[in-house]
Ligand binder design. Sequence first.
Ligand code: ASP
Length: 401
Amino acid sequence: MNENKLVIAILVGALLGILCGWLFGPTMSKIAWLGNFFLDILKMTIIPLIVAAVISGVTSLGDIRKLGKLGSITLLYYASTTAIAVLVGLIIVNIIQPGSGIEQPSNVVPDIVSEKGGIGFVDIIRSLVSPNIIDAAANTQLLPLIVFCLLFATAMTTIGEKGEHIIRFFDALNDTMMKLVVWVMNAAPIGIFALIAGKIGEAGGGDAIYQELVSVGAYCLTVILGLSVHFLILFGILILLTPHGKHYLLQLSRALMTAFGTASSSATLPLTMECAIEARVDKRSVRFVTPLGATVNMDGTALYEAVAVMFIAQAYNIPLGITEQIVIFITATLAAIGAAGIPQAGLVTMIIVLNAVGLPVEGIGLLLAVDWFLDRFRTTVNVWGDSVGAAVMERFLPDKD
Ligand code: ASP
């Protein structure tokens, strides 16, 4: 299928998914397996793709100093856009005040939180490496895998001619994996239809969702408004400053719709890379910058965490002054960096932010019912942020030899 037809087919799939899930409710949960089947096919490509992309991306940059410079600029860029996202969230939530007057939350700690109750900054730092890299790959823990590949590729650049065979191998592996991704992409219209219809069906269909959304409607609108501002204004300006311009949004739309359908930036990564390469972003940037982004760059998550924490404070009637909001600003930025690119990861790292300002983690119970829904919007922003990042970083690439 050609590019434009595929975009239309995915859009139709997503809209039909919403419609069928809304109208037919729990019946549609019967086709959820088809969506998960598509998700598994996507996930199947991630590990070899990331290994090949990061290694060939690093080795194509040349010597270690160039890598160090690009790596630092990329991380600084990602951290800055994430911090701006939190700021946007804080400003909007202070203006709208969605939590004022909300019914007092219950005292039950949701399961998703109690299972991970002890998460803190030390856990985030420790998650950078794994004692068993095969185990990390088997559990799709991408961050330690990327760290390993970065170190491995850097070492390879120092062994001279002997390393060239391996470099060629990973380069060919990368091209092969990208070919596979192009094939998989053709299944996206059906996969995304089934994922969305199945999820809405599991959530009880239109009427049930409507009730949930109405009860925390102002909160949902605040999150979606904040995400839209960040998506359109900050990333809009940044992409217009690159040679790719406004067409980039359309070129990336297949990846963005997949992000919405899967709620996972890691699972979407193969499509993000494929779309960015088709949009003629330099391959070196795509291979190096997007895998890093899919694991550490989560602007949507950061914005959402700031809004959610403020919402909980407002609901509990706990006033948070400027000092506490600065703490939220810092911790939400870091917590989002530590969140994995999987569904609802942001909900778990939000515990760090709540703890930092002394808010009860039970408050998460207020947001749980709508989190699967908002997750899709924030994942779309996360993936758009990674894609824009690859385009922006192009100008910092070393000249080709
Ligand atoms: N689902 C998000 C992602 O994969 C992470 C989160 O905010 O929960 O990017």
